[in-house]
Ligand binder design. Structure first.
Ligand code: NAD
Length: 289
């Protein structure tokens, strides 16, 4: 058996088109386009690339893209002052402070300073609390994208067994909450989990968000399972070339799984599409819709 490949690129393109249509309607109704502002502190090259592509996608969706690129020497007080001014700016619907921040800045304090109604990364404690309570709020983009892919592949997942590997606040924990809210039975596995293979072998849904190339072995996968690989790992492909691989041994898993996301082209493209969707949702909520 060979798994059906989940085409995250195509799903993300469809979501971005849906958002663009929604943005046009919002703009016609309210006389202004939704606005997303991204703040980057320091000069981490990978973060600079992410911020650039977020800006481009925001403009392509018809939204107003704001960008603040601050030097690595920026103090926490200066960053908090910028966040306060963005909170107060009625043209800004979404605020995203690119992580990681330089070590001298307390990222928890910065995230907590963002207006929860503009927290399109879904990391503010109010939004994480709403998610765990099963109430409406802004949901972190990557797990939100994973959930769309799972639902599209499997439909109703009520009663399904799910294993989420990795307990980060950005991916693993919110993913476990989303699956729980969808009535799956969830195991949240992490670096201290005993016998991960046995947990994975029972799972109808496996979400891997660890950051270790190929750590989930193909022969662990239950035949027919839905495998969502969040990992993005660059490995040396020889000749100075890098190659992106996920956390799942793709070649082994593809022969057993029912559905599987490739890396790249699976979860990755969904993240920015969900960021745009969150910004539009935040704009509607702020406009009272
Ligand atoms: P993280 O480093 O914050 O968390 C990793 C988690 O893996 C931890 O909770 C840890 O307990 C767990 N872990 C470590 N070793 C383990 C082991 N041997 N067995 C089981 N669990 C183990 O990482 P993160 O931010 O959640 O990201 C995880 C991966 O997902 C990375 O490769 C990252 O690049 C990728 N990522 C992709 C996207 C996307 O858009 N596709 C978004 C965010 C993160």
């Amino acid at each position: 058996m060979t798994a059906t490949l989940i085409d995250g690129k195509a799903r993300a393109a469809a979501l971005r088109a849906e958002v663009a249509t929604g943005v046009a309607a919002f703009t016609a109704q309210h006389g202004r386009a939704p606005g997303l502002t991204v703040v980057l502190v320091g000069d981490d090259p990978a973060s600079a690339v992410y911020v650039g592509s977020k800006g481009k996608a925001t403009r392509e969706a018809g939204m107003i893209s704001g960008e603040h690129r601050l030097p690595a020497s920026t103090s926490e007080a200066e960053l908090l002052a910028l966040v306060a001014s963005l909170n107060a700016d009625p043209a800004v619907d979404g605020i995203l402070v690119q992580m990681p921040l330089p070590k001298h800045i307390n990222s928890d304090r910065v995230i907590a300073a963002i207006d929860p109604a503009k927290d399109v990364d879904g990391l503010h404690p109010i939004n994480t609390g709403l998610l765990v309570s099963g109430r409406k709020g802004l949901v972190p983009c990557t797990p939100s994208g994973c959930m769309m892919l799972i639902r599209e592949a499997m439909g109703d997942i009520s009663g399904a067994e799910a294993v989420v590997i990795g307990r980060s606040i950005l991916v693993g924990k919110p993913m476990a909450a989303l699956l729980t809210n969808a009535s799956a039975t969830v195991i949240l596995a992490h670096s201290r989990t005993r016998d991960l293979a046995a947990h994975v072998a029972r799972a109808d849904i496996v979400v891997a968000a660890v950051g270790i190339p190929g750590m989930v072995k193909g022969d662990w996968i239950k035949p027919g399972a839905c495998v969502i690989d969040v990992g993005i790992n660059r490995i040396d492909a020889g000749g100075g070339k890098g190659r992106l691989v996920g956390d799942v041994d793709f070649d082994g898993a593809v022969t057993r799984a029912g559905w599987i996301t490739p890396v790249p082209g699976g979860v990755g493209p969904m993240t920015i599409a969900c960021l745009l969707a969150n910004t539009l949702a935040a704009a509607h909520a702020r406009a009272g819709g």
